[in-house]
Design a protein around this ligand. Structure first.
Ligand code: 13P
Length: 341
């Protein structure tokens, strides 16, 4: 694949008014979300859920690409069409999660490093053959007493850069996801500090590994108050501090930015994205969404594993995709929440 093709894929993923549906939960994570709804986590239930999401009528109006998990990219919709092929026909670009999860970082209590580099070149070639055109690797940074450490930030940034370089070699656009977790009682200013340090380290490592930024998408967390912080920042403050942090640390030639929702409420995740885009019309990169929970949650609750609820669940997914697509243009307002899904 040429550089032009990488750039073309990256541009298509962050195209105006659209974002990414993250539906790449590992089996244990999917199992936890199913369990809360009383749904059994079987291979068939996971397949049926992913089919429901991807066959939502007109989803591609607001969704440019979807990230699949290893099990899902090998599965098909009921008529036997492989998911990746079906998505291609719908105009939804197939993506794949390729990390193998965050594990305890030796010597750094309470901190994690994401694994999955061994054999990645071969796995990327296989996923490319199945139809994947972009990939995702999630690193996790925890804020706590005395953490994150430089050692943890560096280990994760280095792995992200090695992964991104392998993706580009394979002709696959890397989504680089350094998630600063929302868990904890830290202030928004502490989150700013940690996010800024993390992003600056990640971009230094991407440069050192010769990753082409115009063929790369960043999936960051927002600069936000910790979930248990008594002083919760307003929508405007989150938007301003997040944009300031991005402008300080991210080169202008990055292809685009697609946020994760990270445990924010559905409405907040949409309002924050909207405020950034409404207040800043002159940013060097498109700002959009790559949400999992904030897109899927209402649909999952309604589906509850029952076939007869599928159409109602799809309407809820479509509604959230539309609201977030609108927010990516800075044109959302709260009254749209109440519009019939
Ligand atoms: P959330 O939007 O639920 O944070 O998930 C995004 C994601 O893909 C996490 O890796």
């Amino acid at each position: 694949m040429t550089l032009q093709e990488l750039q073309g894929t990256a541009k298509a993923v962050v195209t105006a008014g659209k974002g990414i549906l993250a539906m790449d939960e590992s089996n244990p994570t999917c199992g936890k979300r199913f369990k809360k709804m009383g749904i059994e986590s079987t291979v068939e239930n996971r397949r049926a859920w992913r089919e429901l999401l991807l066959t939502t009528p007109n989803l591609s109006n607001f969704i440019s690409g979807a990230i699949l998990y290893d099990e899902t990219i090998r599965q098909s919709i009921a008529d036997g069409t492989p998911f990746a092929q079906y998505m291609g026909k719908q105009g939804i670009i197939p993506g794949i999660k390729v990390d193998t999860g965050a594990k305890d970082l030796a010597g750094f209590p309470g901190e994690k490093v994401t694994e999955g580099l061994d054999g990645l070149r071969e796995r990327l070639a296989e996923y490319k053959g199945i139809g994947a055109r972009f990939a995702k690797w999630r690193a996790v940074i925890t804020i706590g007493n005395g953490i994150p450490s430089n050692g943890c930030i560096h280990a994760n940034a280095h792995a992200l850069a090695r992964y991104a370089a392998l993706c580009q070699e394979a002709g696959i656009v890397p989504i680089v996801e350094p998630e600063v977790l929302i868990d904890g009682d830290h202030t928004i200013d502490r989150c700013y500090e940690v996010t800024s340090e993390t992003l600056s380290t990640v971009f230094a490592e991407l440069k050192a590994q010769r990753v082409l930024l115009d063929g790369t998408i960043l999936k960051p967390s927002m600069v936000i108050s910790g979930l248990d912080c008594p002083q919760q920042a307003s929508v405007e403050e989150v938007a301003e501090k997040t944009v300031r942090c991005l402008l300080k640390n991210i080169p202008k030639n990055l292809a685009g930015i697609a946020f994760l929702s990270g445990g924010q409420s559905n409405e907040r995740a949409t309002a924050h994205l909207n405020a950034m885009n409404a207040r800043h019309k002159d940013l060097p990169w498109p700002l959009t969404f790559s949400y999992a929970r904030a897109l899927q949650q209402p649909a999952l609750e309604t589906w509850s594993g029952k076939k007869e609820n599928a159409a109602a669940a799809q309407k809820l997914l479509y509604h959230r995709a539309k609201l977030n697509g609108t927010a990516s243009m800075g044109q959302y307002n709260e009254t749209m929440e109440k519009e019939a899904a």
